[in-house]
Design a binder for this molecule. Structure first.
Ligand code: SF4
Ligand code: SF4
Length: 310
């Protein structure tokens, strides 16, 4: 028997998501994202939700500051609760729904190499572009008109037959003539319309699985019991324990590229005074930037948009 489905509109779903705590919301066509590896039945739409990251920690210049990790983790927890409440509401209206968090990877892809980058099961920045919420920047971070890249994302998959949003045509990114994300990056991971994930991962997840296995390896390989005991009680163990406890430093970490990005209505008022200088910039980084043409590769054009002529 077909369960009763309450007729819903895209505007009603967005209003509910905002009422529950989302700062931004857009709706993407699930067929454009291929959600069938997550759900065969309930992925016709991806409702993408964003919560802004607070500016107070964005003004802290150190990339490896625990307050940043912790505040961002709380924003994610808030957004996850918002997503769950939205799922219950959609299901009460007759539409089964599934949450996709920003960091979910497919365990079957893991090949016993902790340092190898694993792509998430669904790229939420790409889903957000399809949902008309923003465009991708030089290092493929999502930029939004409201908060630039200083947001965290989840998606709710649901086969609710409502209208989809359309991607923006014009790029929000200012391209290599800006390049502030590259200048600041502590891992030197920013490429032209790409990111070296192997270099970024130890920063964006500084106390994650790779660091845990590395630390345990070193403990196992230590020569004597006294050294092993000392390593077990070290600051590294303490940071790993704290991170496992809350996820801060594992699912949240470096976001220097987001903090210094001038895109977003919040930047001038809240952040510009903290980030005039970029202390991590070097002549080598300047040379790499000036060698860039800004030409957007075909495969990224839909997601980056048309750059302004500067
Ligand atoms: S998250 Fe940090 S390491 Fe990764 S690209 Fe941004 S600034 Fe670089
Ligand atoms: S910092 Fe500049 S180059 Fe980097 S994403 Fe933002 S606008 Fe684009």
């Amino acid at each position: 028997m077909e369960i009763y489905k309450k007729p819903l509109t895209a505007a009603e779903i967005k209003a509910k998501a905002r009422e529950l705590g989302a700062d931004l919301v857009g709706i993407a066509d699930g067929a454009k994202l291929d959600t069938s590896h997550i759900t065969q039945l309930d992925g016709d739409r991806a409702i993408v939700l964003a919560k802004r990251l607070n500016d107070g920690v964005a003004r802290i210049r150190r990339w490896d500051d625990r307050h940043k990790y912790y505040n961002d983790e709380l924003a994610l927890t808030h957004l996850e609760e918002t997503s769950l409440e939205l799922v219950y509401w959609l299901e009460d209206c007759g539409y089964p729904a599934v949450i996709v968090p920003p960091t979910h990877v497919d365990p079957s892809q893991y090949q016993d190499r902790p340092k190898e980058h694993l792509a998430p099961m669904l790229s939420l920045p790409h889903a957000a572009v399809e949902a008309g919420m923003g465009t991708l920047g030089l290092n493929l971070q999502l930029l939004t008109p409201e908060y630039g890249p200083r947001i965290i994302l989840t998606a709710v998959l649901c086969s609710v037959p409502v209208e989809c949003d359309q991607p923006m045509k014009d790029a929000l990114c200012l391209g290599p003539t800006c390049g502030r994300c590259l200048k600041t990056c502590p891992g030197d991971a920013v490429l032209e319309w790409d990111r070296d994930w192997a270099k970024c991962d130890p920063h964006r997840s500084p106390h994650g699985f790779a660091q845990l296995t590395e630390h345990l390896d070193r403990i196992i390989e230590a020569n004597d019991a006294a050294t092993r005991k000392q390593m077990l009680r070290s600051e590294t163990s303490f940071n790993l324990w704290q991170s496992i406890l809350r996820g801060s430093g594992v699912i949240t970490g470096c976001r220097r590229c987001a903090d210094v990005c001038p895109v977003g209505a919040d930047y001038e008022q809240m952040l510009a005074s903290a980030h005039q200088e970029i202390p991590e910039n070097t002549p080598a980084k300047e040379r790499r930037l000036s060698a860039m043409t800004g030409a957007v590769p075909e495969k990224h054009r839909r997601f980056i948009g048309v750059l302004k002529q500067i």
